[in-house]
Every structure is written in C-alpha cells, then in structure tokens.
Design a protein around this ligand. Structure first.
Ligand code: NAD
Ligand code: ZN
Length: 389
C-alpha cells in the first residue's frame, strides 16, 4: 500500500509499504478515507522528537471504513465508518478506568525507554516516536487499530469526512485545553498559537463561557481566521508587545486563563523557528520556552495556564518564581480523546460547530510530502491539510 514515511529531518516520502494485518484478536484494520497532518507531526518533521526510525509510517488523525476485525472485537463490524483517536488505550487499566486514556499503562511496549526520564510512560500513539510505542500511522491507505473496542467512534450519520475527522485529535485537544483552563463565565481567555489546535481552543473557550478571547500569532491568515471565525481579538506578536497589549485589554490585571497552543516550536523574538535555526546551524540549546514564559508573566494572579502544546525532555528557563508567587494553576497533557468523542460528536450533529472550517488544503496522499513543507512553512495560507488516500 502507499503511505507517508519519515526519512529524517524535513524528509517525508510516499513509499510502498506492507499492508497491515491483524496481529492481535482485539485489532481492526481500517481502510483510510481521510487523514490529516497535525502540528505534532511537525515536531517529527523538524527532527526535534527523538525515537523516529527511517521508514516509519506517519499520521495520527485518520478515519475510514472497517475492513477486517479480530475475533475478540465486539463493538465494530466490517463496513462501519469510524474516526480513530490518536491515543491508543487498553480500556482496562487504572488510568483508562479513570477516563485518563492518554495515560494508559498498557499500550506503550517501549515504556521502559522513557521510564527513567519521565518516571512513567504515557499511552502509545499512532505514527509517532518509538519511545511512544512506534505504532504505524494513518497517513496511509490502511491502518491497524489495536484495542479497536476502546478507541474508534462509529459515524452513524452521513456527515462528510471533513466534519468528523478532527474528532481524532484537534477538536478534542482544543476542547480539553479550554476545559483544563477552568474557564468561568465572564473570563478573559488568551490563546497563544492560531494553528488548528488554537482555533479549536478559541471555539471551545466560548463554549465554556468566556466573555473575551484574545488570540496571539504572527501569521496573518491564522489571525484572520481567529477573528472572523473565532470572534477573537488578535495580537500579532511580531508587531506588538504581547504583555503590554494583554494588560491594556484587561485593565492591567492580565487574562484569567492562558492557553499555550504552540508548544516546543515557539518562535520567540530574535530566536527564530526551530527549522530556521537548524538551517542556520544554530543549536537548539538556545531554545527558551517562549510562550510559557510570556503566558506565566501575563496571566492574572490566581489564574490558570493550560498547555496543550507539546514539549519534550527538560525545558529550562521557566519563571517558576512567578508561577509560584502568583499562585497559578497549570494543567497539561496529551488529550484523553476517547473521553470527548460522544459529547463532541453530538455538538457536530446538532450543528453547534462545523469543524471543517479549519481545512484550507485537500489533496491526495501523493501530495503529502509537498504539503508537509507548505504546512511547516505556513505558506499558501495553509492552516490544515486533509489528505484522501
Ligand atoms: P501549528 O504548528 O499549526 O500551530 C502553531 C502556531 O503557533 C503557528 O500558527 C505559529 O505561527 C504559532 N506561534 C509560534 N510561535 C508563537 C509565539 N511565540 N506566540 C504565539 N504564537 C506562536 O500546530 P497545531 O496543529 O495547531 O498544534 C499546536 C500544538 O499543539 C503543537 O505543539 C502540537 O504538537 C500540539 N498538540 C497537542 C496535542 C495534545 O494532545 N496535547 C494534540 C495535538 C497537537
Ligand atoms: Zn495531532
């Protein structure tokens, strides 16, 4: 079958790879009808996430049709149309029992590799580092889905793929980011990053009762989407001082809730993007957690910082003194996607939200390598890429 594969820094290819087969009785095989490129894939693309191997199949935002089920699968049948969460969860460990699916204890066969660094391993993820299980991903014609009774949600309605696909990751991720931000009626919420995750965090902030949403980025098309579709006020961090503007907008108190939807690849003033720095041969040791620093400083005393943005390894330079003295609450984590599938599907079915607003590019799998580049460089007004194998 055809699949997008990883071959090193900024080197994604379309390869012919073996079609997956049922390996365990709880597996299902899905024929992919739509799949997306995520900001998390850019950490792999830019080579800042360790544990990738040449030829790994990428992708963790897939949906499609069930074509085969293992003998122990009870909830799915051949022919079902499903969206597949990016987190792989067993459904029976202590964490899954507590609805913390992305912390599943049983789905990372390589957990020992990171136990020393992290103390514990999060769940296995599709199309990601071998440190998180090394599962083949869904930017491919077919995908093997382990624990098929726990993850996928069946799509019973005739909603088109682009309206339900993002249940696999970015809609629940934006939603959990807003939930983690502990938004109360009347709050001002600041969202750093107007990529797909930021856009869904903005939509979700309103759902949780925000009175004012402020979106921060430097890419004008993304800021435009945040303001036109997301009703957010915007700050372009290349033209304005973020801290000063946020103080101005909140009478000097700071936003009640801050969401970092950027993560490790934050562009700081004068620092340059990770890919810029790699091109210039500037070491990543100069990296500062730019958005975290800004958010901690701007957040109002006693406020909440929610971090859906992905970080790896140790991150130095966090103003822990202000975090402590301002009594901030911090919440973060990979998204517990399974927890949100039913309620968010209901919102889509009832027309409360149409997640397809975020799609700017639709193409075939063969165009994947080029679109990785476009999405990474934020060219051609690219906000979200959907691929149809
Ligand atoms: P993206 O790369 O498309 O968007 C990031 C945006 O941040 C870009 O528009 C960029 O211009 C902006 N940005 C860069 N530096 C900034 C700064 N200093 N201030 C404000 N904005 C800045 O990515 P995405 O798909 O929206 O994902 C965003 C983050 O969420 C990534 O780190 C991704 O890995 C993470 N993510 C987390 C989960 C989870 O489960 N927690 C799931 C999906 C994605
Ligand atoms: Zn993703």
């Amino acid at each position: 079958m055809r699949a997008l594969t990883w071959h090193g820094e900024q080197d994604v290819r379309v390869d012919e790879v073996p079609r997956p087969e049922i390996a365990n009785p709880t597996d299902a095989i899905i024929e992919i009808t739509a799949t997306a490129i995520c900001g998390s894939d850019l950490h792999l693309y830019n080579g800042i996430m360790p544990g990738m191997r040449e030829g790994d199949v990428l992708g963790h935002e897939p949906m499609g049709k069930v074509v085969e089920v293992g003998e122990a699968v009870e909830t799915l049948e051949v022919g079902d149309r499903v969206v597949v969460p990016f987190t792989i969860s067993c459904g029976s460990c202590w964490f899954c029992g507590e609805d913390m699916y992305s912390l599943c204890d049983n789905t990372n066969p390589n957990a020992e590799l990171i136990r020393k660094e992290m103390g514990h391993s999060p769940a296995g993820l599709f199309g990601f580092s071998h440190m998180l299980g090394g599962y083949a991903g869904g930017q491919a014609e077919y995908l093997r889905v382990p624990h098929a009774d726990v993850g996928p949600i069946t799509v019973d309605s005739d909603l088109p793929d682009e309206q339900v696909l993002f249940l696999s990751d970015i809609f629940p991720t934006g939603y959990m980011a807003a939930e983690n931000a502990e938004i109360e009626d009347g709050d001002t919420v600041a969202v750093w990053g107007c990529g797909p995750v930021g856009q869904f965090a903005i939509q979700s902030a309103w759902m949780f009762g925000a009175n004012q949403v402020v979106a921060i980025d430097r890419v004008s098309e993304r800021l435009d989407m945040a303001s036109s579709h997301g009703d957010a006020e915007t700050i372009n961090f290349e033209h304005e001082d973020v801290y000063d503007r946020l103080m101005e907008m909140t009478g000097g108190r700071g936003p009640d809730r801050c969401i970092d939807a950027v993560g490790t690849e934050a562009h700081g003033t004068g620092v340059g993007s990770v890919s810029d720095r790699l091109k210039q041969g500037v070491g990543l040791e100069d990296d500062r957690p730019y958005v975290l620093r800004e958010a901690i400083k701007a957040c109002r005393k006693g406020g909440t910082l929610s971090i859906p943005g992905v970080y790896t390894g140790d991150v130095d330079g966090i103003p822990f003194g202000s975090l402590m003295n301002k009594a901030l609450t911090v919440k973060t984590g990979q998204t517990h996607v399974q927890r949100y599938l039913d309620p968010l599907m209901e919102k889509i079915e009832e027309g409360e939200i149409d997640p397809s607003f975020v799609v700017t590019h639709q193409a075939s799998l063969e165009d994947g390598p080029e679109l990785y580049e476009t999405f990474n460089d934020k060219e051609d007004d690219c906000i979200k890429v959907m691929l149809t194998p």
